[in-house]
Design a protein around this ligand. Structure first.
Ligand SMILES: Cc1cc2nc3c(=O)[nH]c(=O)nc-3n(C[C@H](O)[C@H](O)[C@H](O)COP(=O)(O)O)c2cc1C
Length: 308
C-alpha cells in the first residue's frame, strides 16, 4: 500500500497516530511506528526539555520513523520547535495556528511539515507557506475541533490543494480508512482508537470510559468562547455547559478545566476530569496492541478497497 504519504513518512501502512496531549508519549508513539504506522509524540504544553526526553526514550524503543506534534499556542512552542531540529526529527505536525515562522528553520533541517487544518482556507494557506501535506480534521474528532465534518471537509480540501491530504476525525476501523481513501485522502490520522491501545499509558478508568461509550456520549465544551473541545459526557461537561449557558467568561470556564485532562489521563478522574475522545468512541470496544489494531484495520480496508 503506497501513497505519497507512506513514501514521505517512510511507513508501511497509511495510518498516523495523532499527537494527543498527555496521551501520545513515547510508549504509544514507538509502538505505532514499530507496528508499521506513524507514531507522533504530542508536544502539547510541555517544555522543550520534556519533549526532548520523550523523543530520546522513543528512539530507544524503535528505529522506525516517528514525529512530533507541535502545539503552536503552547508557551513553549519556540523551544519545542528548536528541540525537534536538534533531535533530528524528520516530520512535524502542527496544531492551533500557523507554523510559518518556523518553516525556514524546519525546511532547512529537512523536516516535513504537516499542519492540522479544519477548513479549506487554512489548507490553502498552509500549502502556500510550504506545508508538505495537511491533516484535514473533521469535527467528529476528540480534542480541539472545527465545525466541518470529515465527510464534507476531506474531499473539499483534496480538491483545493495539490499536496497530499490525511483524513482525521471519526475513523476507527478499516471501513473508515477505506471511506477516507474514497474521499481522496492518502492516509488517515486516528486518535481515539489509539487511546485504548495496550501500550497507551492512559489510566484504566479512562480506557474503560472510552470502551463503554455509546454513540451519543460525546459532548462539546467551549463553543461559547470559540474554543470547542470534544470529550465524553460527565459531571465536568454538564457543569461546564451549564456555566456556558449562564454566560460565564472564558477565564471562569478555563478554571474549571485547569489540569482536567491530566487528571483524567494520569489519575483516572473520569468524573471531574476531561475525557477527550471523538464520536467514534462508541465503536471502540476493546483494548488491543497497536500491531493488532493496525493489522486488523488494514486487512479490513484492503478487502474493501481490493488492495490485495
Ligand atoms: C485525548 C486527545 C488529545 C488530543 N490532543 C491533541 C493535541 O494536543 N494536538 C493535536 O494536534 N491533536 C490532538 N488531538 C486530536 C488527535 O491528534 C486526532 O487528530 C484526532 O483524535 C482524530 O480524531 P479521532 O479521535 O476521531 O480519531 C487529541 C485527541 C484526543 C482524543
Amino acid at each position: 500500500m503506497k501513497t505519497r504519504i507512506t513514501e514521505m513518512l517512510g511507513i508501511e501502512y497509511p495510518i498516523i497516530q495523532g499527537g494527543m496531549a498527555w496521551v501520545a508519549e513515547h510508549n504509544l508513539a514507538a509502538a505505532v511506528s514499530e507496528a508499521g504506522g506513524f507514531g507522533l509524540i504530542g508536544g502539547a504544553n510541555a517544555p522543550g526539555e520534556v519533549v526532548r526526553a520523550e523523543i530520546r526514550k522513543a528512539k530507544e524503543l524503535t528505529d522506525k520513523p516517528f514525529g512530533v506534534n507541535v502545539m503552536l499556542l503552547s508557551p513553549h512552542a519556540e523551544d519545542v520547535a528548536k528541540v525537534v531540529v536538534e533531535e533530528g526529527i524528520k516530520v512535524v505536525t502542527t496544531g492551533a495556528g500557523n507554523p510559518e515562522k518556523y518553516m525556514d528553520m524546519w525546511k532547512s533541517a529537512g523536516i516535513k511539515v504537516i499542519p492540522v487544518v479544519a477548513s479549506v482556507a487554512l489548507a490553502r494557506r498552509m500549502e502556500k507557506y510550504g506545508a508538505d501535506a495537511v491533516v484535514a480534521e473533521g469535527t467528529e474528532s476528540g480534542g480541539h475541533i472545527g465545525e466541518q465534518t470529515t465527510m464534507t471537509l476531506v474531499p473539499q480540501v483534496v480538491d483545493a490543494v495539490s499536496i497530499p491530504v490525511i483524513a482525521a476525525g471519526g475513523i476507527g476501523d478499516g471501513r473508515g480508512i477505506a471511506a477516507a481513501f474514497m474521499l481522496g485522502a492518502e492516509a488517515v490520522q486516528m486518535g481515539t482508537r489509539f487511546v485504548v491501545a495496550k501500550e497507551s499509558i492512559v489510566h484504566a478508568n479512562y480506557k474503560q470510559r472510552v470502551i463503554k461509550a455509546k454513540d451519543i456520549d460525546s459532548a462539546v465544551t467551549g463553543r461559547s468562547h470559540g474554543h470547542p473541545v470534544r470529550c465524553l459526557r460527565n459531571q465536568m461537561t454538564r457543569e461546564y455547559v451549564k456555566l456556558e449557558q449562564a454566560g460565564k467568561s472564558f477565564e471562569e470556564l478555563e478554571y474549571l478545566t485547569l489540569g482536567a485532562l491530566r487528571n483524567a489521563v494520569m489519575d483516572g478522574d473520569v468524573t471531574n476530569g476531561t475525557v477527550m475522545a471523538g464520536q467514534i468512541a462508541g465503536m471502540v470496544s476493546k483494548e488491543q496492541t497497536c500491531k493488532e489494531m493496525i493489522e486488523e484495520m488494514m486487512a479490513q480496508a484492503s478487502r474493501l478497497m481490493h488492495w490485495s
